[in-house]
Write a protein that binds this ligand. Structure first.
Ligand SMILES: [Zn+2]
Length: 87
């Protein structure tokens, strides 16, 4: 049985043209945070963030608020965009 990776991660900069706020981000993108210290990766629930911080929150601002759930590091964390397959 073959497994296909369904989500391709890319640096946020590469997808900047697709939108700079939560509201502008196409819905087939998922947000993934990566810790600068321990490399832990975790999915971010867009709707949860949107409800909490507002959909006008910019991705840059969001990246600054990221905190690692494993080692608690809050500095230099990266926000990545994952692209869901579209059928
Ligand atoms: Zn960490």
């Amino acid at each position: 049985m073959r497994h296909r990776r369904s989500i391709d991660l890319m640096p946020r900069e590469d997808a900047a043209e697709h939108g700079s706020t939560l509201a502008q981000l196409p819905e087939w993108y998922v947000l993934v945070a990566r810790c600068a210290k321990c490399r832990h990766q975790g999915h971010i629930d867009r709707r949860l963030i949107g409800r909490k911080c507002g959909y006008d929150l910019s991705l840059n601002a969001l990246a600054r608020t990221l905190k690692c759930s494993r080692c608690n590091n809050g500095e230099g964390n990266k926000l990545l965009l994952g692209k869901l397959p579209r059928d």
